[in-house]
Each structure stands twice: as structure tokens, then as C-alpha cells.
Design a binder for this molecule. Structure first.
Ligand SMILES: [Zn+2]
Length: 663
């Protein structure tokens, strides 16, 4: 436990802005957020940085394709990335863009230091160049064709600044030896050491053929090239040249994908050594998420997006899966099947069920107040010991970034609680004094165990753990709770239970996967000119049903246009809520000739049960579409009332036959 708040600085990579985040980026950022929350609960003053890498020829090209200036293109991309992290509840403390002025200044300053210390010189770079794309193609041989446009490449020589990486072979090897924890995991460390032992070539760090980059002062048209620019962002984010004032540099932890470990573990410390600046304490390379054993990539079309999963199962479910199913550092296989299986078994049936069962028993038997335990039996003491021991184990594993192990330990305790309840059967105990006090002991023990596993799982499950915490009547905000003080026995009898909230509703696996895939498909291939699913929900029930087929609501239409809309009397057969879509109800409606499944945006105003048997007007010839991943084949007509557009279903004051046409 640090005396004065010790600082902890960690970073994700600065993501390249030629596309939008998929599950791989989300994984790194989630891990960073888990560490941030955990370190705060251990008393640290934490800063987490993420950001966007906005320079280079790929951005130049993408902006050209979009027909907008580069600055506008990257601003839009940076906004989109930042917005997604906000939406997912994982915003950075520092969001650095490589086009930020403070970053530009830092890169130029670092270059000046390296140059003053004699580690930078002007030389010539010769490579294979595509005149059409204005870019060198790394690793191409003379006579190759451009991988992007297929045109023949030309051998081009340009003037570059070089960084004397070759001078750092020995200093780096010495550094790795003195700081064995610098590169993690071990396999990556060995890989890097043998790479450096093999000899280091000087590194070209500027280009004159790229326009969109940070200028080398007084040396235009030189701009900085890729890594000298991108890596420096970690330092720019916490003060740049004035880093000492803020006190977060050197970074404690750079989280990176294994494909970029070399740049972080070789180039970056070498740049800093050359500038005589402090070197980060650790670089941790994690593996990739594979789908069908292939690295996920947009071009392969096997991209998994975070948003549909979050809509269906919640952010905590995604976080839990990412950290529980893969050993941090290794590659993991991503499958929706495994995701939903984990969700149902560990979250719905595990933590969720334990919390709701415990709360319900305390409500029923002890007027919703934590009971006072009486004489302990050996099985109560055994459970207490197991839980107390788990605290130390979990903290140790979090410290080592062994997230899967930490969660495994927590869930072993949850399983032990389930077993304990099943064998003690507090619900079967009667009202005699002895039985009442046994009941009190069993329920206090379970509630205390629940409190401890909740505090321990907060870094991974921030939303749901906070709900359980409130349910247990705990008043300190869980994010500010200090894990160092967590001990068995602290749950005060008499504490009133708080509000109970739905935690993890169980889902049908096949249906859940279908809906996640369908939402992902909607996001990857947005329908042209059709409204987004969320925005279209109110329109489903709008009074102007005919608007769907008419050019504009206000224009007058001929009777032949109106005749195109086929409306019939339908009778609602079933109605249910849709997990992950709190505005929508899924209805089955008898329209005389068949039963249709229709989604309607009325869930906030109509209880599903109240709708069964009700007759409504249905547009039956609307093309089927998907709303939040659920197929909707038709539209229920409703009036839109008041400023919020409250939907009011149509009705009939006389008997009407199901299937009758409205004219
Ligand atoms: Zn080309």
C-alpha cells in the first residue's frame, strides 16, 4: 500500500486511423481499463492513455478517396474512436492524437535531443517505390509490382535522416539483462533478445516523399516517419518536454499486440536512451484473437465488432469473456458460441444467480436486512477460510496480469457458495429460535462471500459489481474501495439491502448468436438511405404509416399511392421483451392468412401481457427488416402523441374480423 499516492502510467497503442476499432483493439483497451481500475483500488494515482496515429501515406490515400482534406479526415476518425471508447465505458484519461500540437512539439524536441547527442545523421534510403501511390513498398525487390495498385515499382533513392540504432545493440542487451521484467511475456523477451543479438541496422526516421506528417524543423520537405512519430505519443500525452512536472514518466506499462513488440522493446528504448530520457518499466505483448485460426482483419471479412455484443449481452459480459477465456499474452480463439456459453454459465447462473438468490432469501427472512451470524459450524468456517485465501490469490494474479487465473479463483469461490447453499438449505429451515439463528448464520456467510467476490470482480465487471454492491447496502463507491483493506468479516449485520436490479438475464444461445451476427452485419453494411435501427424504432409505430410508401409526409398523394399500402386487422398472439433493446417488443400477430413476427417500439409504454389478444392495424406488405437483430415482418400502426412521441395503438370499437383490410 503506497504511502503517498504513487503514480502509475499505462498506455494502449496509438491506434491507426484508417479504420474503425474491432474486437482486437477493444481487447487491448479493455485490459488497460481493468488494470487502471485495479490499480486505483490498490491506492495508485493512475493515468491511462490511448489515442490515434494520424499520419502517413495510408491516411493521405483514405482522405483522398473520401474527397476531404487529411485534417478533416483524421478529426472524424479520432472522434469516432473516442466516441466508441466513451460508449463502451472505457474512456482514456489522456487521448492523444499525433496531430495534436503538443505531440508535434514533443517529436521535434526528441529529434533535437537525439541529434545533439550524435545519434542522428543524414543519409540515403533506397527502396522500391510506387509513383502512382507515392509510397515506398517495404520488403519489395526490384522488379516487383505494387501490392496496392499492381503497377511496376521503381527503385528510388531519397535523402533521409537516420537514427543510429546500431549503436544501441550493447546498451539494449545490458538493459534487458538488468531489467528482466521489461519485456513480457517470457517468449517475447527471448524473441527480442535474439533479434537484437543478431545485429541492428540504422533506422530511417524521416521521409521526403510523404507529405502528411510532422515536419522536421528547418529541413522541409522532411517529415517524420512512422515509429519516431507514433511511439513518442506516449510521452507527449503526459507532458512531453515538461514531463517531470506531471510526474507520470517513465510509463509503468505499455500494452501492445505481439506484432508491434519489436518497435516498443527495441526502437523506443533506443530513442529514449539516445535522448537520455527515462525508459518505460514494462512492455507487455498480448496475443491476437483468432477466428477460425486466422488473425482478424477487415480485409478477411472475419471482423468481430464490439457494439452488437454489448447491445445483446452488455459490456461486462464482453469484458469478462475477453479476460476469462484467454490467457493474457497468448493467442485466443474468438467464437460467439464460447462467449454466450460463458455468459450463461458464469454470469447468469453464477454471479447473477448467487446475488439474486441471496438477496431474495434475506428479504424474505430478515426484512431485507443483513442478519447477525450466530454460532459457526465447521462448514461456515471452511467457506470463510477459502474466501479469505482467495483475496490474496486474486490480488497476486491481478498484479501479474494473470486475469484468467484471477477470475477462475473468484468463480471457484462462487461455486463453493452455491454448493454451501444447496447443502445448508436455509429456505427449508423453520422458525424456531435455533433454526432462525442457523438461517441467519448461513445467509450472513453467503452475503459476506458475495461482498468479497463483488469487490474483487469490480475491475472486470464495473457495472454489474456496482449493482451487487448497492444491493448489499454498501455505501462507499466500489471504484474508490481499497482492496488492501478487504477482509472476511466486515459485513455489518443490520445493513439494509439496496435496490435489486436485473443482472444477467439468461439468453437462448442460438437466438443470441443470430442477433449479434445480424447486428454486426447491419453495422458493417449499413442499408443505404435507410434509418439506423435505433432511430427507426419510433417510426415503426408512427401514425404516418403510409409515409413508408409515400415520397414525403406532407405531399399529397393519389389514391393509387395509398392503395399500395396494405393494412389489415391483426390480433396479437404473443408479446415479449427483447434483451438488449429496451424500447422494442417482439410480437407475433395473426393477420388472418398467417402469423407474423413484428417488432414494435412500444416497450416503454405497453406491458407485454396487456397486449395479448388485442386487435391492431398492421401494415402487412412492408418489406421485412431487422431491428436490433430481430426480424420484423410488417408494422403495427400507432398514433404518436405528445412531445416524446408516446405510441398509442389503434383500436376498434366494434367487432372486426382478423385479416379484414383497412381502406
Ligand atoms: Zn501502387
Amino acid at each position: 500500500m503506497p504511502e503517498k499516492k504513487e503514480k502509475f502510467y499505462l498506455t494502449t497503442p496509438i491506434y491507426y486511423t484508417n479504420g474503425l476499432p474491432h474486437i482486437g483493439h477493444t481487447y487491448t483497451t479493455v485490459v488497460a481499463d481493468v488494470i487502471r481500475r485495479y490499480k486505483r483500488m490498490r491506492g495508485y494515482d493512475v493515468v491511462m492513455t490511448t489515442g490515434t496515429d494520424e499520419h502517413g501515406v495510408n491516411v493521405e490515400r483514405a482522405a483522398k478517396k473520401a474527397g476531404i482534406p487529411e485534417s478533416e479526415f483524421v478529426a472524424k476518425m479520432a472522434d469516432a474512436w473516442r466516441a466508441l471508447w466513451d460508449e463502451l465505458g472505457i474512456p482514456a484519461d489522456e487521448f492523444i492524437r499525433t496531430t495534436d500540437l503538443k505531440h508535434v512539439r514533443t517529436v521535434q524536441w526528441l529529434f533535437k535531443l537525439c541529434k545533439e547527442n550524435g545519434y542522428v545523421y543524414k543519409g540515403h534510403y533506397t527502396g522500391q517505390y510506387c509513383i502512382y501511390d507515392n509510397a515506398f513498398v517495404n520488403d519489395a525487390k526490384p522488379g516487383d509490382n505494387c501490392p496496392d495498385c499492381g503497377r511496376p515499382l521503381e527503385t528510388v533513392t531519397e535523402e533521409n535522416y537516420f537514427f543510429k540504432l546500431s549503436s544501441f545493440q550493447k546498451p539494449l542487451l545490458d538493459f534487458y539483462k538488468k531489467n528482466p521484467g521489461f519485456i513480457q511475456p517470457e517468449t517475447r523477451r527471448n524473441e527480442i533478445i535474439s533479434f537484437v543479438e543478431g545485429g541492428l541496422k540504422d533506422l530511417s526516421i524521416t521521409r521526403t516523399t510523404i507529405r502528411w506528417g510532422i515536419p522536421v524543423p528547418g529541413e522541409e520537405p522532411h517529415v517524420f516517419y512512422v515509429w519516431f512519430d507514433a511511439l513518442t505519443a506516449y510521452l507527449s500525452a503526459v507532458g512531453g518536454p515538461e514531463y517531470e512536472k506531471r510526474g507520470y514518466w517513465p510509463a509503468d506499462l505499455h500494452l501492445v499486440g505481439k506484432d508491434i513488440i519489436r518497435f516498443h522493446a527495441v526502437y523506443w528504448p533506443a530513442f529514449l536512451m539516445a535522448a537520455m530520457l527515462p525508459i518505460p518499466k514494462q512492455v507487455w505483448a498480448h496475443g491476437w484473437f483468432l477466428m477460425d485460426a486466422a488473425k482478424m482483419s477487415k480485409s478477411k471479412g472475419n471482423v468481430v465488432l464490439p457494439r452488437p455484443i454489448v447491445n445483446m449481452l452488455g459490456m461486462d459480459a464482453l469484458r469478462y469473456f475477453l479476460l476469462r477465456d484467454v490467457v493474457f499474452g497468448q493467442d485466443g480463439n474468438f467464437s460467439y458460441d464460447a462467449l454466450v456459453t460463458r455468459y450463461n454459465s458464469d454470469l447468469a447462473n453464477g454471479l447473477g444467480n448467487l446475488a439474486s438468490r441471496t438477496a431474495a432469501l434475506i428479504e424474505k427472512n430478515f426484512a431485507a436486512k443483513i442478519p447477525k451470524p450466530a454460532a459457526l459450524k465447521p462448514q461456515d468456517e471452511a467457506l470463510a477460510r477459502e474466501t479469505q485465501a482467495a483475496i490474496g490469490e486474486v490480488l497476486e494474479n491481478f498484479d501479474k496480469l494473470s486475469f484468467a487465473r484471477a477470475l477462475e479463483t473468484i468463480w471457484t469461490v462462487i461455486a463453493a457458495a452455491d454448493k454451501y447453499l444447496t447443502s445448508e438449505q436455509p429456505w427449508a429451515l423453520g422458525n424456531s429460535e435455533a433454526e432462525q439463528s442457523r438461517k441467519a448464520t448461513v445467509l450472513w456467510t453467503t452475503a459476506e462471500l458475495l461482498r468479497i467476490v463483488t469487490a474483487l470482480s469490480f475491475p472486470v465487471l464495473p457495472d454489474s459489481a456496482a449493482k451487487v454492491w448497492t444491493l448489499l447496502g454498501q455505501s462507499v463507491a466500489l471504484g474508490k474501495f481499497e482492496l488492501d483493506g478487504l477482509r472476511w468479516g466486515q459485513l455489518a449485520p443490520g445493513t439494509a439491502l439496496g435496490k435489486s436490479q436485473t443482472l444477467f438475464p439468461r439468453v437462448d444461445k442460438t437466438e443470441a448468436i443470430e442477433r449479434i451476427e445480424s447486428m454486426a452485419n447491419e453495422e458493417l453494411n449499413p442499408p443505404k438511405a435507410a434509418p439506423a435501427p435505433a432511430a427507426s424504432a419510433p417510426a415503426t409505430t408512427g401514425a404516418s404509416a403510409a409515409a413508408a410508401a409515400a415520397p414525403a409526409v406532407s405531399d399529397k398523394i393519389g389514391i393509387e399511392d395509398f392503395a399500395k399500402v396494405e393494412m389489415r386487422v391483426g390480433q396479437i398472439k404473443t408479446a415479449e421483451r427483447i434483451v438488449g433493446a429496451d424500447k422494442l417488443l417482439k410480437l407475433t400477430v395473426d393477420i388472418g392468412t398467417e402469423i407474423r413476427q413484428i417488432c414494435a417500439g412500444i416497450a416503454q409504454y405497453y406491458e407485454p401481457e396487456s397486449l395479448i389478444g388485442r386487435k391492431v392495424a398492421v401494415v402487412v406488405n412492408l418489406a421485412p427488416r431487422k431491428l436490433r437483430g430481430v426480424e420484423s415482418n410488417g408494422m403495427i400502426v400507432a398514433a404518436s402523441v405528445g412531445p416524446e412521441g408516446r405510441p398509442v395503438l389503434t383500436g376498434f370499437h366494434e367487432e372486426v374480423e382478423v385479416g379484414a383490410r383497412l381502406k
